[in-house]
Design a protein around this ligand. Structure first.
Ligand SMILES: Nc1ncnc2c1ncn2[C@@H]1O[C@H](COP(=O)(O)OP(=O)(O)OP(=O)(O)O)[C@@H](O)[C@H]1O
Ligand SMILES: [Mg+2]
Length: 316
């Protein structure tokens, strides 16, 4: 059951102060793995707990977060803001039937995330930071385009959704690699170590002596100051992971394998938040255009979401 009392995370703020605000991005390389379903249901869980939540559909070009929340296509979307049809960002906020939960919808036209100009992306990120909410959740689209990765990096916490299948796992590693590389590229002095980083980025996941974590060791030897900067930046990159559509204990354990590959290869700590069962209730609720948690409040998935949200809030 969803706990309707406030957790002791202490982030609820009547004024929605910036210092309390948390932005979580839900992404992962592959399409159709359940990113929107996860964003919608985590948002509902949090809103029912009393937090003021805004769910933002950043899957420009394939926006469907509203469907997972049981809403019709919103009238105003981010594309209206980008095209200046709407000038006040707050006007994009759409109420949902769930108290405390609002949504900002993605584009319904051909504006793809890849086409979003750098300037627009930064403006959207800045505007979202100014929003009055306790938590803001980004539903990202599939793929590893610059813009998708930058929205993931702009969040306080990045949550990866993966299926326990080889294609999805490969995409998860590819997504992590792209984010990792982009973060390092933003560092001052990157050009001095670029060849070494490029070499490491091309290394196979199984290769121990040319992996990114080995590359950092080499940089520390050659240029200790830069090496420490790299190490600090990498320590700050701690993506979380949710395995969706699991059917067995072996599927659940894949999360731990991903964790250990990332530790060994990238030298990063992945926080395995938990798993969600494969459950026909998901497509039944999508078909009915009703949010899963509201339509099937007694399903096992509700307990899974409850556990994941408590992990996210740091109260379990
Ligand atoms: N745990 C689950 N059990 C059963 N089916 C699921 C589960 N999670 C997701 N699905 C199915 O997968 C479909 C795709 O989910 P969703 O739209 O959330 O994926 P997505 O990652 O957001 O996709 P896209 O990359 O296209 O935005 C859902 O409509 C649902 O039918
Ligand atoms: Mg989606």
């Amino acid at each position: 059951m969803i706990n309707t009392g406030m957790g002791d995370a202490g982030t609820k703020s009547a004024q929605g102060l910036d210092t309390h605000k948390k932005i979580w991005a839900i992404g992962g390389g592959k399409g159709g793995v359940g990113k929107s379903m996860v964003t919608a249901n985590i948002s509902i869980c949090m809103a029912l707990m009393g937090y003021k939540v805004i769910a933002v559909d950043l899957d420009l070009g394939g926006a469907n977060l509203h469907t997972c929340l049981g809403l019709p296509i919103p009238e105003l979307t981010l594309s209206d803001y980008v095209s200046k049809k709407v000038t006040r960002f707050e006007d994009l906020l759409v109420k949902t039937p769930i108290p405390n939960l609002m949504i900002i919808s993605g584009a319904q036209d051909e504006i793809g995330i890849a086409n979003l100009k750098h300037m627009h992306k930064n403006k959207i990120i800045n505007k979202l930071h100014e929003m009055n909410a306790d938590y803001i959740l980004f539903d990202l689209g599939a793929g590893t385009s610059f813009n998708t990765v930058d929205f993931f990096i702009a969040a306080d916490k990045g949550i990866l959704v993966s299926l326990p299948e080889p294609t999805s796992i490969e995409n998860t590693y590819r997504f992590i690699k792209t984010v990792y590389y982009r973060r390092l590229k933003m560092l001052e002095g990157f050009l001095d170590i670029e060849p070494l980083i490029n070499q490491a980025m091309n290394a196979k996941l199984s290769s121990a002596n040319s992996s990114p974590s080995e590359m950092i060791r080499k940089v520390i030897e050659i240029n200790p100051q830069m090496g420490m900067r790299l190490r600090q930046e990498i320590a700050r990159f701690q993506p979380s992971l949710i395995l969706n559509q699991v059917r067995s204990q072996a599927d659940i354990d894949i999360g731990f394998s991903i964790q250990s590959v990332c530790r060994r290869y990238f030298g990063i700590e992945v926080d395995y938040l938990g798993y969600l069962d494969h459950d026909p209730a998901v497509w039944q609720s999508v078909k009915k255009r009703k949010p899963l948690l509201m339509e099937f409040p007694n399903s096992k998935l509700v307990h899974h979401f409850d556990r994941i949200v408590h992990r996210l809030l740091g109260v379990s």
